[in-house]
Design a protein around this ligand. Structure first.
Ligand SMILES: [Zn+2]
Length: 343
């Protein structure tokens, strides 16, 4: 448990006013990372200090996650899609094993992290034994730099996509490259995946890292109708303009709610300018510039802001809400054949 995590009377008031009546009684968090301390002992203090996200959260056991969910969403039963920590210095084999163990519980499904050097036979065996419901590759496996100019196929080689295709498995993809979703090479490679491996359900994390709306606008132009062939998750996306455009442009069945816990357990929000975002945060992380100290006492949880934004954009459309918070992740991950028999 992170000591900085606490729910204040102000959070309770925000929840009562904006969320309590609108948050679904059951939801699926389709994007959160789980591990034990021994899986990340090789992640250096420099690596943690160099990435704001890792400083906020690098550890979350299943037990911790239950406390976070019950504290944040006391009226909601949260079902979980469990992802490992896809860091190059993490112990991926043991982390995958832990995810598989959690995924035996009711209302939980696990995704397996692959490394480019893993052999196909090894992956296939682990995937079957762990009863995984999809794959979670990650650009960090090809480069330690965030948004590095690497190819998707550098961290998930084509043979691994071919295996996922043969297994009809979902792939939750975190896109590389500074240009994010509309980077021409990303557009080209996503199209190649869709055309070459048609049995894969390709879910793109964080709306393709379109935290700023201009990236999503460009992506809609670049992809054309192909944008409707992928799914997106909402993890770590807070920008109302992104949600408005996404819900106006996409089929709502393609949008999956996700939090990116344990990275986003703090109080705050974001500002967007010049193609980038700035985290506004109350907690004293080393990256916190405290640009608006006078506002900080009024911040509620980032995830409350995210939920409120999504619920505002959806408005009174009950079917849409049900789909985004539950049905879509159920159909992509929970109904996946390999785990379909379980609850
Ligand atoms: Zn994530």
């Amino acid at each position: 448990m992170y000591a900085y995590f606490h729910r204040t009377p102000l959070d309770e008031a925000f929840y009562a006013e904006h969320l309590k009546e609108r948050i679904p009684p059951v939801l699926i968090d389709a994007h959160a990372h789980y591990n034990l301390p021994e899986h990340v002992t090789n992640v250096s203090p420099e690596a943690i200090a160099g990435d704001w996200a890792l400083e906020c959260g690098l550890l979350m056991s299943y037990e911790d996650s239950r406390v976070y969910y019950q504290t944040l969403f006391p009226d909601t039963d949260v079902h979980q899609i469990v992802l490992p920590w896809p860091l190059r210095d993490a112990d991926t084999v043991e982390n995958n094993r832990y995810v598989a163990e959690i995924a035996r519980l009711p209302h939980v499904r696990g995704l397996m992290t692959v490394r480019p050097e893993f052999s196909i036979s090894e992956i296939e065996k682990t995937f079957a034994q762990g009863n995984f419901s999809g794959f979670k590759p990650y650009p960090y496996m090809a480069s330690a730099v965030k948004g590095a100019e690497v190819s998707i196929f550098d961290f998930m080689p084509r043979e691994q996509f071919a295996l996922a295709n043969r297994l009809h498995a979902p792939v939750l993809m975190h896109l590389p490259r500074a240009g994010r979703l509309p980077a021409p090479e990303n557009v080209k490679e996503v199209r190649e995946i869709l055309d070459s491996y048609p049995n894969i359900k390709l879910v793109i994390a964080h709306f393709g890292r379109c935290f700023n709306v201009e990236y999503f606008e460009t992506a809609l132009e670049s992809f054309g109708t192909d944008i409707h062939r992928v799914w997106f998750d909402t993890a770590a996306v807070l920008n109302p303009a992104v949600y408005r455009l996404a819900f106006a442009s996409l089929d709502y069945h393609r949008i999956l709610f996700g939090t990116d816990f344990p990275i986003l357990l703090w109080h705050g929000k974001r500002e967007w300018s010049g193609g980038t975002y700035h985290n506004l945060c109350r907690e004293n992380f080393s990256w916190n510039r405290h640009t608006h100290p006078e506002d900080e006492p009024n911040y509620t949880f980032f995830v409350y802001e995210q939920l409120n934004t999504i619920l505002n954009v959806i408005g009174g459309q009950e079917t849409v809400r049900q789909a985004v918070f539950f049905e879509n992740a159920k159909s992509v991950y929970f109904d996946y054949t390999k785990g379909g028999e379980r609850v």
